[in-house]
Design a protein around this ligand. Structure first.
Ligand code: BGC
Length: 595
């Protein structure tokens, strides 16, 4: 035993020494490349553009360091074409004097959601409801594989915001209002995405948006976050500490201001707190056009290492920053720090050894194995808020079920924003199953689909009404934003679907939403009520729980308002106002099995 124990200790020591050696070797390599670099080459590394912003040759001549794929023209028709496109750009980068490979980034926030046919997981709010860190890790590992299969090696995920106000249009991108739960799931997500980072099936992860994105006054995207230091330290910073401890490779700055100061230019938080205080040695990346929006040189001086210089920002960024360095306004040491961080992550990712995508990964996109994990995620994210009159579980032997509403048979509507398109889609997309399809798979009796909620089928043995919020992302989801049509309540049409079948004693309502909504009346009219969040491509997971093949597991990741005034007061700077009793507290969720 003694011998086995000492052997174990010595093995651990060997591993530790190897890790230290790898780190040391990487630092030596970074230093030697840095010593060779001109200012233009350094600023090139700090530049990020879209894959269609430049002619291919310009990726070499402009010395570009990284590429983003987001809304806009696709890199190709299928994954092989995507890989071919990114391979061509990579060859340009490798043809430059120092041959430093490119990073390719994407907003893969619930699976590789920009690629039709990929496995699309429930949005983070649903994974928060599952409370299952193992599942979050597996989902992230699958996302990494499918992302690499499309030729991309960096994801702008996970969002580790703590949403203070459910008017914010990005509540669903975050796991929970609970800092503790977010810490745990943030770590799991980073572990899953990055795995052993130098493997070709893993990607660099990004914790975002640093910091205060979900805590703006009135939930306005990019608004003012007026919190005291204690709240920032106690509630908002811990998920970043957790992500840094898990080795996250990058962190994205946020659009909001913090006590009047643009976060992108907040040196005390970015450099002093995050980089020095927490020991974060990865890349801080700006958000969209962060350089021109938030004070140009001030952004770099505050500690931003890569600028998303898209939409016409590239010239100003490259020439502007060069001038600022030459005039002495931006220290050469700051530029060196930025480039050192970028090169370090490129080495850790194994990009110098393996700069090109792996064609063998393509067959894994949307595989059954991956979809099974996503379907598990759907099942575990469902939260049962009410169950009376034995409405659930449904008996497979009953003879007739009516399914109501357009959300019941539309994969786009059930998936939310950041699905196929930036703002999501209202159409079906390939590879996905709808909620109705899931019911058809499991139930052999008569199914009537009353898409428009006529209320004509009250003779059915059970009624399943599916209602919810139409897809939205970012500003378009803020309740109260001029570009937004979102509200705290359901639309009149959706309220009518429920009313048409209220008082039948067999009404099961499924809510598809990216946040808690004010549905007190509709819960009252329903016999059973399920918060299903935004399940993604595996809509059939819902039927497996409704028919009792699996029990409910999900618990509310947010407390749930009973009225609009709760919504207004509970959140915002008076968060956790103890004078307000929510309709359901954080952590609430019923199960079939009691106790
Ligand atoms: C969002 C980020 C996203 C970026 C790139 C921004 O508008 O705030 O979350 O990563 O766009 O698409």
């Amino acid at each position: 035993m003694l011998f086995a124990g000492s052997l174990l200790i010595s093995c651990r020591q060997v591993i530790a020494v190897e890790e230290t050696n790898t780190d040391l070797i990487i630092e030596l390599k970074v230093d030697s490349i840095l010593a060779l670099m001109t200012l233009d080459e350094k600023i090139g590394q700090m530049s990020q553009v879209r894959h269609f912003d430049l002619e291919e040759k310009e990726f070499a001549s402009r010395l570009i360091g990284s590429v983003i794929h987001t809304e806009g023209p696709l890199p190709g028709e299928n994954a092989s074409d995507w890989q071919a496109k990114f391979t061509a750009l990579q060859k340009q980068a490798l043809s430059t004097r120092l041959g430093i490979p490119l990073l390719f980034a994407v907003d893969a926030v619930h699976g590789q959601n920009t690629y039709e046919g990929a496995t699309i997981f429930p949005h983070n709010i649903g994974l928060g409801a599952s409370g299952n860190a193992r599942l979050v890790e597996e989902a992230a590992a699958i996302t990494a594989i499918e992302t690499q299969a499309t030729g991309i090696n960096w994801v702008f995920s996970p969002c580790v915001a703590i949403p203070y106000n459910d008017k914010w249009g990005r509540v669903y991108e975050a796991f929970s209002e609970s800092t503790d739960l977010t810490n745990e799931l943030a770590k799991a997500s980073v572990r899953g995405h990055q795995g052993n980072l130098s493997d070709q099936s893993t990607v660099l992860a990004t914790a975002k948006h640093f910091i205060g994105d979900g805590a703006t006054d009135n939930g306005i995207e990019g608004g003012e976050t007026s919190l005291g230091v204690d709240e920032i330290v106690d509630r908002l910073l811990p998920p970043y500490r957790a992500a840094v401890e898990a080795g996250v490779g990058s962190i994205m700055a946020s659009f909001n201001t913090m006590s009047g100061q643009a976060m992108h230019a907040h040196r005390a938080l970015i450099t002093d707190t995050l980089k020095i205080g927490m020991g974060f040695d990865g890349i801080v990346v700006s958000d969209w056009k962060g350089y021109s929006k938030f004070g140009e040189a001030d952004v770099v001086k505050a500690g931003i290492d890569i600028c998303m210089a898209v939409d016409g920002d590239l010239d100003d960024f490259q020439t502007g920053l060069k001038g600022e360095v030459e005039s002495g306004n931006v220290a050469q040491a700051r530029i060196d720090d930025a480039v050192r961080r970028i090169l370090r992550q490129k080495f850790r990712l194994g990009l110098f050894e393996n700069p090109f995508p792996d064609a063998n990964l393509i067959t894994k996109i949307g595989s059954q194995k991956h979809r099974d994990v996503a379907r598990q995620g759907v099942r575990e994210s469902l939260v049962l808020l009410k169950n009376e009159n034995n409405a659930l579980p449904l008996d497979k032997e009953i003879s007739k079920i009516v399914v109501v509403g357009e959300f019941a048979d539309n994969a786009g509507l059930q998936s939310g924003g950041w699905t196929i398109n930036w703002q999501g889609t209202t159409e079906n997309y390939s590879g996905a199953t709808t909620i109705l399809e899931g019911i058809k798979e499991i139930y052999q009796g008569d199914i009537i689909y009353d898409k428009n909620g006529t209320g004509d089928h009250t003779d059915a043995d059970a009624v399943i009404v599916v209602v919810g919020e139409s897809p939205y992302a970012e500003f378009f989801g803020d309740i109260g934003h001029e570009a937004s049509v979102q509200s705290h309540n359901l639309s009149e049409a959706h309220k009518n679907y429920i009313d048409a079948y209220a008082n039948t004693g067999k009404l099961i309502t499924i809510l598809i939403s990216g946040r808690p909504m004010v549905v007190t009346e509709q819960i009252g009219h329903s016999d059973a009520f399920v918060a299903a969040w935004l399940p993604g491509s595996e809509g059939d997971g819902i039927a497996e729980v409704l028919f009792g093949d699996y029990d409910f597991k999900g618990k509310l990741p947010h407390s749930w308002p009973k009225s609009i005034s709760d919504y207004n007061n509970k959140y915002g700077p008076n968060f956790w106002d103890e004078s307000i009793t929510p309709l359901f507290p954080f952590g609430y969720g019923l199960q079939y099995k009691q106790g």
